[in-house]
Design a protein around this ligand. Structure first.
Ligand SMILES: [Zn+2]
Length: 291
């Protein structure tokens, strides 16, 4: 069945940039639950979504990265998981009625058996509650910043069971090996293996986000090409993190970021957005560079 995702075969689709750093610029304190803050400040969240839509993003990601019951528990919101996801997705939809909206699913922060004490069913059920809240509002899902391939597959299964018609994009976060040209997630998964496993599990697009700037992301995309027939996507950070006065900053300019985007496309990426430190200015520069 054709879906909006098929458009990326003809043109590169643009995903939005960072949410966390944009909310911090509007008052979210370090360590505070972004989802709880977002519910109390819907206007600020809407402003970020609208800014990305105006900058030229085709796809906006809901502010639900940590809206799974495990991550919501410390904020006292675990019981309201479905309602939190629905409300935050509605903010994106209302802020940008013409944009495609992707429901964001991030890591639970829990370890799965045998490394940890959570069962696969518990993890899948946690994602299912998020999907349940998001499904009626969003056009698809993005599972991102995963380092455990097993957890990524459980999130994918939850999305596919409850919303089988909606495309699911799945992305892991890689760091470059100290020696050699390959990359691995914190849990030891390399891009080629992830691409094969996620294809088999039914992901509609496969990608990488966070962890590195655009230079390393080009290398990661090259490692996935040829391992899957699904479109590839990439959301690099605005350069590598730097520690300035005790704060982590990402300072690659929109111009530098956008100037390298054609290389990312040449490597094989069909959807491109930004992760940590990217702003609406980065996305506007990206759009201009790709047109
Ligand atoms: Zn990031």
């Amino acid at each position: 069945m054709p879906s909006w995702l098929d458009q990326c075969r003809d043109r590169v689709l643009i995903i939005d940039g960072a949410m966390g750093t944009e909310l911090q610029a509007r008052g979210l304190a370090p360590g505070e639950s972004p989802e709880k803050w977002a519910r109390l400040h819907p206007r600020e969240v809407a402003e970020v979504h609208a800014a990305y839509a105006e900058a030229g993003a085709d796809l906006l990601i809901t502010c639900t990265f940590g809206a799974n019951p495990f991550k919501l528990a410390p904020a006292g919101l675990a019981d309201e998981t479905e309602a939190v996801n629905w409300a935050l997705a509605r903010i994106a939809r209302e802020a940008a009625p013409k944009s495609l909206i992707l429901g964001d699913l991030g890591p639970t922060g829990e370890m799965i058996e045998p490394l940890g004490d959570r069962t696969p069913d518990e993890i899948r059920d946690a994602f299912a509650r998020q999907v349940h809240g998001l499904a009626d509002v969003v056009d698809g899902f993005i599972i991102e910043t995963m380092s455990d391939l097993g957890e990524a597959v459980l999130a994918l299964e939850a999305a596919k069971r409850l919303a089988p018609d909606k495309p699911v994009l799945v992305s892991l976060t890689y760091q470059k090996d100290a020696e050699g040209p390959n990359f691995h997630t914190m849990m030891g998964v390399d891009p080629a293996r992830a691409a094969r496993r996620l294809t088999e599990a039914g992901a509609d697009a496969i990608g990488a986000n966070c962890g590195s700037g655009i230079d390393d992301m080009i290398a990661v995309v090259r490692l996935m090409v040829g391992e899957t027939d699904r479109p590839l996507f990439a959301e690099p950070n605005a350069g590598l993190p730097k520690l300035v006065a005790g704060r982590t900053v990402f300072d690659e300019s929109p111009e530098v970021f956008a100037a390298k985007a054609p290389q990312l496309v040449a490597a094989g990426a069909r959807l491109i957005g930004g992760c940590c430190g990217t702003t609406p200015r980065h996305i506007a520069a990206l759009r201009a560079a790709l047109e």
